[in-house]
Design a protein around this ligand. Sequence first.
Ligand code: TRP
Length: 399
Amino acid sequence: MANPAQTDDVDEQTVTPWTVRGGEKGIDYSKLIETFGSQPIDAPLLERIEKATGQKPHRFLRRGIFFSHRDLQLVLDNYEARKSFYLYTGRGPSSEAMHLGHLIPFVFTRHLQEVFDVPLVVQLTDDEKFLWKDLSLEEVHRLAYENAKDIIACGFDVKKTFIFSDLDYMAQRPEFYQNILKVRKCVTFNQVRGIFGLTDSDSIGKIAFPAVQAVPSFSNTFPDIFGKKKDVLCLIPCAIDQDPYFRMTRDVAPRLGYMKPALLHSTFFPALQGSQSKMSASDPNTSIFLTDSPQAIKKKINKYAFSGGKDTVEDHRKYGGDTSIDVPYQYLTFFMDDDKRLAEIKEAYEKGEMLTGELKQILIQVLQELVAEHQRRRAEVTDEMIREFMTPRKLNFSS
Ligand code: TRP
């Protein structure tokens, strides 16, 4: 079987939780759907989502940012039959510096929580970052709490949301470790090597970790929320690079008498330099951070954002800009909700009526507002709120 995780061919794209490398034109997402064996989110499915929820699908769905899924139909069947499901997403706390791209799954998950009125569990994999990075246990645990503030600032409903650090929760509820053990018993080293591209020289910590990310997909991992129920369906919004974990999870679930989690996959948020290059926490100029000042945002976009505009104003007026490679335009597709305004901008830019500087100015304003608003909400997060979100407890939701 072709194994995307193990190819060394430079022309081939590689997408694993640790390596994301596209071909010359960036990531080919239709090809990913093929190699991963997931389903595209197409027009009929969008229509069904609109019908089920009674509202226009989120812009991330309308614009193909969440582009692929597994078993979303089943989630909608459940919802329409008034059977509850729950949401699960997560973050690896490797740094305090969260950037715009990190917000995508949380912005979307918050929207889903509101629309469907369902509980949410958020896993902070401090254990994962301890294993993969040169960080102490104390440090990854501290980072989990720092990142929790940014997540809470996204506006989750505390009555319906449980955020947990793996290090904490492992010591709080035996059900977590019990499920981890059950998964570990079903998965061989061979499988983990194949799915994740791990090798003989990786630590046994890394080899054993995937089970930890798998089990929040099973409702009985959270007895405070679901009691002993093991059949509450789980829906996981995540970036597509996390899919290997959940392919493994879906593979073992039936053998344990559990439900396979459903998934919604997003594309990657492009680096300022363009979708072929990678955002890097160690190079602050590759992305906009949630801590950036208005001046920093302005400077980064003006100086570093890759433009699809032409080299001279004359050429630009004559030939227009290319929105398919223009980073400021692409960022707007993520953060400008108004379809009509976005379409007008696209048209004006492609016709050469709008210049790169003008497009960048629009984006600067959108992002300055968004980041300032995030900073405002983050500053309001108190220790007491963090404690509440992160305490295992009963949540409030219908059925
Ligand atoms: N491994 C993910 C990361 O490094 C964190 C994570 C844990 C996650 N569980 C998840 C992401 C579920 C998405 C969905 O970011």
